[in-house]
Write a protein that binds this ligand. Sequence first.
Ligand code: NDP
Length: 489
Amino acid sequence: MTEAIETPATTWEYAPAPESTDIVRLEDRYGLFIGGEFVEPKSGRYFTTIAPATEEPLAEVAEADADDVAIAVDAAREASEPWRAIPGSERAKFVFRIARQLQERAREFAVLESMNGGKPIKESRDVDLPLAAAHFFYYAGWADKLEYAFPGRTPRPLGVAGQIIPWNFPMLMAAWKLAPALATGNTVVLKPAETTPLTALLLAEVIREAELPPGVVNIVTGAGATGAALVDADVDKIAFTGSTEVGKAIRRATAGSGKRLTLELGGKAANIVFEDAPLDQAVEGVVNGIFFNQGHVCCAGSRLLVQEPVFDVLLAKLKDRLQTLRVGDPLDKNTDIGAINSRAQLEKISELVDSGVAEGAEIYQPECALPERGFWFRPTLFTGVSQSHRIAREEIFGPVLSILTFRTPEEAVEKANNTPYGLSAGIWSEKGSRILWMADRLRAGVVWANTFNRFDPTSPFGGYKESGFGREGGLHGLEPYLELDGGAR
Ligand code: NDP
């Protein structure tokens, strides 16, 4: 008989797999993109944009004041008549060219997105950039078919759209805003978020390469005051994605002005797992639902509702899975959870997590080493959460999951809808009839079944209640940029 050979226990570590940053060429200083040119801001002010993973400065970026915004809006106004006069089939070619350029330069954009925003390169490379390009392709296809989209009505562009976007998906949100606006014949002033302006400024280069007429797209960088100035400027429409608080302020500011408005705001989505769900798949869906993009996702599945009989087994599986998540350098291709976008956001997450502990919920975080510099937060689960806890009610916008339980489908619906928000929801069950029954009753703009965080340019996205109004994506996404004679808005 041969003796069994003892093998030492081996821990398999991933070797570092850093994506090179050589492909990105940063300027020391960026102006505002107005009338097809980069110009110095009249304000004379610049701010520093950093890499949240290292806190290293990346570039100086212009801070537009109200005068700068007015100049950008004038440029968009001047470009408006000629742009709307171009036949749809020609406009489509410009939008198509942007899509092609994004594909050509996808790696450069993805690396810069991860540098400036902190998200893992595998997400910016495999999700943000392909989806951004897909949005431009999709809406290019609509540019010459608007009469078919709205039969019996005469679609006309609104004029100048002011568009304000957040820091969680800088390129994707720019695409969601620009593509339908351009395809429908509007001109645009876009305001990227203060912490993530760099990919929008690289997009300005693409817009020039695509030879869009000067003034059709203008990009003004700055902080909240720049956004507020754009809301007050002489624009025909405001499209905003961001916090509910700022959304409400914008609604107040635009009330009675005649400006059209769409708001895509916060969320506190329920991800609902029934006892008959495929549990291993559900665990992956739950992890994707809350840890994708560090949980900086408006439609994140931040409240997990688990049917009581499978609570213990699902929790054990989730804890095991959390042990395997790799937190660290966003530019490492193996990283699952990158850097928190800013110090302010890290403080907000920490404050809410502390409130969860203080209110009596039980916290679980896997052991994992965090880099010394930069902004980081461990993936976090809370059990013993009650509906009154702040962590069950407020949008944390970080890698933090609150777990609640339910017994019956009716109770799941009740709990899922017990929120001021209504952006998204997820259902995990093997029964189609149950999924349809639930989807009918959930007050959420998007309901995913046996999946989560799936996006497609053909599919409309938007919220109920304090998650905002108006839809982006799909045929529905054209409407907020059009005057439709003879019909409702
Ligand atoms: P904001 O809503 O402040 O930011 C969204 C965009 O609006 C940014 O471009 C911002 O500029 C701009 N902005 C800020 N104030 C005004 C204003 N008064 N008028 C017009 N535009 C304005 O979100 P924050 O970045 O401050 O994040 C705060 C919280 O909001 C997060 O913790 C998160 O919970 C939530 N959030 C939700 C998002 C969602 O998609 N649901 C997206 C982002 C945040 P700037 O960033 O330069 O100040």
